[in-house]
Design a protein. Sequence first.
Length: 289
Amino acid sequence: MYVHGTNLSQKEIHPSKYRDQDSRKYLVEIREKYNEWRENNEKLLGPYSERKEEDANIVKERVRLFHEYKEFLDQQHYAEKFDSRSNLHSSVLEEFIYYLFKDLAKEFNNQALVGKSHSFKDMFINPSSYRDMVTQPNIKIEKKDHDFVIGVSIQANMSVEGSEVVEKHVLEVPAIAIECKTYLDKTMLEGSSTAAEQLKTRNPNAKYIVVAEWLKLTEHVNLQKFKVDQIYVLRKQKNTDREYRYLPTYVKNPIYEDVVMHLFEMVRDHLVNDWEGGIQHGLQRGFLL
C-alpha cells in the first residue's frame, strides 16, 4: 500500500547505505514532509462508486497534495543524493495511485486486493514422475509483479482425487492493473503491452493502464498495435533528462487534474459496470464481439 513510505523506511534503517551526514539530514526532512502528505491523504475520503458533485474537488485536492510533495522531493539536492536506482522518487506515483483508489476499491469489499501485487500469470503441473503425479497436484504458479492493482485474492486448495495431500495456493487476480512510470519510452511500452496481453489471456475482463509523468515516444510509434487499454501522461509533456530540468530555462508542467480525473472515471466505470460477454450474450444480440 504505502510503497513510497516503505522505500523511505528502508533507507532510514539501512545498515550501510545512506549513513553519511547529508543523507541522514535529507531523510529527516523528507520523512517530515512524507508524514504530512500521507496524513492529509488518509483524512481525505473518496471518491466512491457513486458519482457525486464533490468528486472533482476531492480529486483536485489529491492532485494538489501530490504535486506539492513531488515538487518538494524533486529538488535537485534530493535528486542527486537519491538517484533513480533508489526508487525513492518513482515510488511516489505508486503511492499516489493508491490514495486515489483506496476508498473506491474498499467500498466493494474491505478485503479487496489494492496496491502492489504479485499477480497470477499462469499455472502448470510439474511432477517428478507419474508416481508423484498421482499423489499430489504439483502445481506451479507463475506470477507477475504489478505496480498497482485492484482485484481479489483467491485461495485455492488443490488435491488429486483420492489423495489426502492438499496444496494451498493464493492467486492474486487483478480487475485493474496500473503500471507507473516516471517517463514512458518505447521499450517500456512494449513490455507493458506484453504484460497486458498475458494478463488478459487469463482474465479477459481485466484492464491494463499505463500512467507516466512524462512521455518519451516519437510520432513514429503506432499506439494502436499495443495491448494496453489506456496511457496517461500526467504532465502532458515530453520527457527531459533530469539534469536539464534544473536549468533556469526549463518549464515543468504541473500534474494535470483533468488527466487524473479521466483515469479515475475510467477505473470507476470498469468496476461499477457489468462485464457482459460470452457466447450466449453475444448470440442474443447477433454479434459476438
